[in-house]
Design a protein around this ligand. Structure first.
Ligand SMILES: [Zn+2]
Length: 279
């Protein structure tokens, strides 16, 4: 009797079952990793969050933006079943970079975490440190020797030159981790919210900073993106991560002007929403 009932039910809903099955397959295939390098500059409002998907399907998340807007963005950008972040980086402890990472640590399997572990007093940063501990992820204190080789993609940490854990900074922006994400002959420069003085230190130390893509430091603040720095990086594309009509007036006309002067193509998360770069 039970089998007859099940058979009748299957017959009645055959079309719906086949349709849902077919749609699931389409979504599944669309979502599958495609063997290319993807960088998603996530739309997290006034803050920063960058997700890298390597051709070998590893995920690197640099900053998490304010609140937990990053969760929706990760859900939209990552393969449906994939809940693993292979490397999480917190550039510096300000809330527009750290807050979203707390939710990610709770909901995803985070394998490695790199941060400066400077001293900074805020609830968000304290909650991040607690969540990292609870996650049991492998912890890396950032310095220029702490690099990550994913086989196809190389994360080259440039700044801080040596470890700064346990130190207090008057301006936490200048404690930001700066790095180049390198894939073959392509690269992306990411420098959190570093200001001009740190940019100049980096330019003085490294001979080759040339990068195809620049994540513009400090959301396009006039205190970053110096002439000498842009000349050294000489990006073709610049991404500015900032919130719509943000109260800081980011990005500033000064920075937009300098980028235009060097003929850099500009994309902005406040105007373009999530920006995806594919190599
Ligand atoms: Zn910021």
């Amino acid at each position: 009797m039970v089998f007859v009932k099940i058979f009748k039910w299957l017959k009645k809903y055959a079309f719906q079952i086949v349709f849902i099955g077919a749609m699931s397959c389409v979504i599944f295939v669309l979502d599958l990793p495609d063997g290319r390098f993807h960088a998603y500059f996530l739309d997290v409002g006034q803050g920063d969050s960058l997700l890298i998907q390597t051709p070998g399907n590893k995920h690197i998340l640099i900053d998490g933006g304010p609140k937990d807007y990053v969760m929706q963005e990760l859900g939209d950008s990552m393969f449906f079943f994939d809940r693993t972040i292979d490397l999480m980086v917190l550039t510096h402890p300000h809330s527009d970079h750290v807050s979203g990472l707390i939710s990610v640590l709770k909901d995803y399997n985070v394998k490695r975490v790199m941060a400066t572990f400077v001293i900074y007093k805020s609830d968000g940063y304290a909650n991040f440190l607690k969540a990292v501990k609870e996650e049991g992820a492998e912890i890396f204190v950032a310095d220029s020797k702490t690099d990550f080789d994913f086989g196809d993609v190389f994360v080259d940490t440039l700044y801080p030159f040596s470890k700064i854990n346990g130190q207090t900074f008057k301006d936490a922006n200048d404690s930001s981790i700066a790095m180049r994400i390198i894939y073959g002959d392509k690269s992306i420069f990411v420098g959190g919210d570093i200001g001009k003085s740190v940019e100049e230190k980096i330019v003085a130390k490294y001979k080759d900073l040339k990068s195809d893509v620049l994540k513009v430091s400090h959301h396009g603040s006039k205190n970053s993106s110096s002439d000498v720095f842009l000349k050294a990086v000489s990006p073709k594309i610049a991404i500015i991560s900032c919130g719509k009509n943000n109260s800081y007036g980011f990005p500033t006309d000064i920075v937009l002007g300098v980028l235009k002067k060097y003929d850099v193509k500009i994309y902005r998360t406040d105007l373009d929403s999530k920006v995806e770069i594919v190599f």
